[in-house]
Design a protein around this ligand. Sequence first.
Ligand SMILES: *Cc1c(COP(=O)(O)O)cnc(C)c1O
Length: 447
Amino acid sequence: MRLRDLPSVDGVLQSPAAQRWIEEYGRPLALQAVRQQLETTRLAIQTGADDMQQADIHEGVKALLLAWSSPSLRRVINATGVILHTNLGRAPISGAAQKAVQEVAAEYGTLEYDLGEGRRGKREAHCDQSLRLLTGAEASLVVNNNAAAVLLALTALAKDRQVLISRTQLIEIGGGFRIPDVLKQSGARLVEVGTTNRTHRRDFESALDQDTALILRAHHSNFKIIGFTTEPSLEELVDIAARGNIPVVDDLGSGALLDTAEFGLGHEFTVQESLAAGAALVCFSGDKLLGGPQAGIILGRRALLDKLRAHPLARALRPDKMCLAALGATLIHYLRDQAAEQIPVWQMIGAPENGIRARAARWKHSLGSGEVIASRSTVGGGSLPEETLPTWAVALRSDHPDRMAAELRRADPPVITRIADDRLLLDPRTVLPDQEADLLRAMAEVI
Ligand SMILES: *Cc1c(COP(=O)(O)O)cnc(C)c1O
């Protein structure tokens, strides 16, 4: 096709195929797709393509319409063995949490309605009782995510004043969340205490003055400092802060309510332990080790939480009804002592090794290729840095494992895998039981 043979927009729109596009996708979208495809084809011809056909234009328009009318956020099968995979949406929520979301999303609900009184109620009420029962905290506040929780706490309590933090904790957790930047945004002044590897009690004591609003402690999240290192314990920080009559805010990051040591992992300092040690406020995510929806949870002293609640930022950072529904249902699993059985993240962390090995063996058998090898799963999500769990994976040898991985990403639903030592690995730990059939079908096609 030469440039002058390129059809007009109207010309394409009058073809029988275009009538079907208009019926299926509506005229405005079909028109945009035709315009864009003709522009693409014109550029291709101008830059030397001489084999363009009428059919290529039609195929191009169809592909555009299909892509534009499919949601870009899709479910995937996570066969990487990384349990809290931030890029893949962190925690899958429990069946009960899904049901709670579905109900309030599809219908009206008691989001801000008091059924007893028949009038306006409080959005904050929905998770408050569960959170207090579970942790012994005086009060709670739920916001959009943990970054928002930290920002709100610092803004409401330390604007134009000083915040002390150990240099060992000036972290960036990825996705642009850097403690120094959040401090700057809050209007608080950062006072770095100690050195990169060692911060002592006396460093905090000498930094504390009239202008200090609070001491911030931040979980290291995704790294570990090893070797010649030290930093004051939370109890010590609380003790130092008490002398200045100021609070300690503890950004726990992941915020475990269960003891990770009971699952063969290192012990992750729990929310309950932080409160018991005297943190005035504790912040953590809803979708990391808690295993719920994206949310930021703040627990602690009532007087401080009232200040946070009254700050205008709190309104801007408030959670929506679907978040509160999922979080509420997730917390009930903990209250009933069924978290390990009902919450997918804990099911995956606690999955027995022999069960994983049996699943991997079944997959290998069904695929008729690969081998079952010992490997490691990762918790991820900025919790338990460097901590892994022993697992069993199906390993597939290939000259081009990256091509195989790319093909699997094109499956429906896409399958996300890991490559190690030129082999493609499938870790059953993070594949939900309902996803197995889809996974094996996609694999069979690729093999
Ligand atoms: C993950 C994390 C955050 C951010 O939490 P989001 O819920 O992703 O906003 C903040 N602080 C620490 C220490 C974290 O690990």
